[in-house]
Design a protein around this ligand. Sequence first.
Ligand SMILES: [Zn+2]
Length: 280
Amino acid sequence: MTTSLSEKPIVNFLRTYLQQLVLLFSDAELTRSALADALRDKFREALYSPTTEIRFLPFLFLSCQAVRGLNMANLTRALSEHLYPAPTFMSTPPPYFDSVLVPIDAGIDAEAVGSGYVFYFEESLLPHDIYYLLAHAYGHLALGHLRKSDVYSHYDVLSELRSAAGPTRRWDQAVQAQQHLWLVPLAPSSTLLPEDIDVEWSIVGFAEAFERLQREDVDDKAQVIQAFASRHGEQLPQVDFEIGRDAQLKNAGRRSWWCAYKSWAWLYWQIQLVWEKPER
Ligand SMILES: [Zn+2]
């Protein structure tokens, strides 16, 4: 049976806390690596702030880190850089995942305070995806799935969390059922600097769909977005592109790609709104 958090003080705490973090994910001045650094600073600030009530410390992450190509090998490598052991999971994780919560043994790292868990996320994700995973991750702490001194790590995959049928794992279902209680919406403009993004603009049908939306040449905007999402939803999170790193790119071209990126980010945001209706 799932515990209802609706009346619990932790819900108010998480909402207030995420409200502060939202600003980071909406800050267009932050590059992706700077976002991870800023998020880590916020985690630390909350852990050591005298204004944080002691009863809420077990619900705070110790730290966070972005990992390119998040899988077992790269995660293990990232952990080993801090002399942390390889993670263990209750079930075998997929070849790649989007985020993972790893417990750090206080015996290994005396600085392991709060929940003792570190939030690792896939570096190539867009800010609102990272935010979504983070909000989901807090749910695992709030519901007591993950506690200090636990030994198991927990991975999450965005496409699974957002699948029409809902996540298959029981813990994820429990979080999804209640995360509306603390999930503070992000501004749709959440984005990163173009120099630090990898974006594809060649998804079949996207340009046409976006033009129609701009012209408001649609009967039901949500219907179009949904149709687009159902056709291309699997592709969106895995999109990879070299444009942002192309040193030969002309300024005009860069601007054009930046506009394309913003359009892409906007449509993806709209898709999220459709997928994350409260009744689901
Ligand atoms: Zn999860």
